[in-house]
Design a protein around this ligand. Structure first.
Ligand code: AMP
Length: 194
């Protein structure tokens, strides 16, 4: 039962790699950004509220995100593993992942559950100057340069502390994201446990 988190700066190629690995591992690719964009397109109450944060490159508040992820992970296709892309994005969200996993392990009757054994974290490492260049190149039609720069800033201050958090717990698979797309995919496949 494979459970993976994908971590890395905006423009690291996370979405593309996550889709490839989810497909080859036969697990659902759960991207919080994709789910949020679908809410925005459908103008659901969540979408309407989330939009202003997304337009600015800010994180959507945790109380909107946590419930959304909880519900998604309860769906049938997520019972035998999953790949989370774009979540967690801060320490509160990382704590929430642990809590969900521990609850599941307890329900399954596992004694002394340890969430750090339950999933691996794929970290795509890309040098700062490459991140900026790539993020500007791939910018979605509705992205302004300001939004992109803000997203990078938010990543540095809120999300990047998770790298150390997972490294200390021995869960981090550090992947050189500054290679061709196919080579990055190969490196990830080699690193994740079989
Ligand atoms: P992404 O497609 O992952 O780059 O996400 C696009 C935007 O959606 C981000 O800039 C945030 O505004 C929002 N978003 C996606 N995932 C999260 C999350 N886990 N927590 C908060 N906001 C998120």
């Amino acid at each position: 039962m494979r459970k993976l988190l994908f971590l890395g700066p905006p423009g690291a190629g996370k979405g593309t790699q996550a889709a490839r690995i989810a497909e080859s591992s036969n697990i659902p690719h759960i991207s919080t950004g994709d789910i949020l964009r679908s809410h925005v397109a459908r103008q659901t109450p969540l979408g309407v509220e989330a939009k202003s944060y997304m337009d600015r490159g800010e994180l959507v508040p945790d109380q909107l995100i946590l419930n959304m992820v909880d519900e998604r992970l309860q769906e049938a296709d997520a019972q035998n593993g999953w790949l989370l892309d774009g979540f967690p994005r801060n320490v509160t969200q990382a704590t929430f992942v642990d809590k969900l996993i521990l609850e599941k392990m307890k329900t399954a009757g596992i004694a002394n559950p340890d969430s750090s054994q339950a999933f691996q974290v794929v970290y795509l490492e890309v040098p700062d100057e490459v991140i900026l260049q790539r993020a500007l190149e791939r910018g979605r039609a509705d992205d302004t340069k300001e939004t992109i720069l803000n997203r990078i800033q938010v990543y540095r201050s809120e999300t990047s502390p998770l790298v150390e958090f997972y490294r200390e717990r021995g869960q981090l698979l550090e992947i050189n994201g500054n290679q061709s797309m196919d080579d990055v995919t190969k490196s990830i496949k080699n690193a994740i446990s079989h």
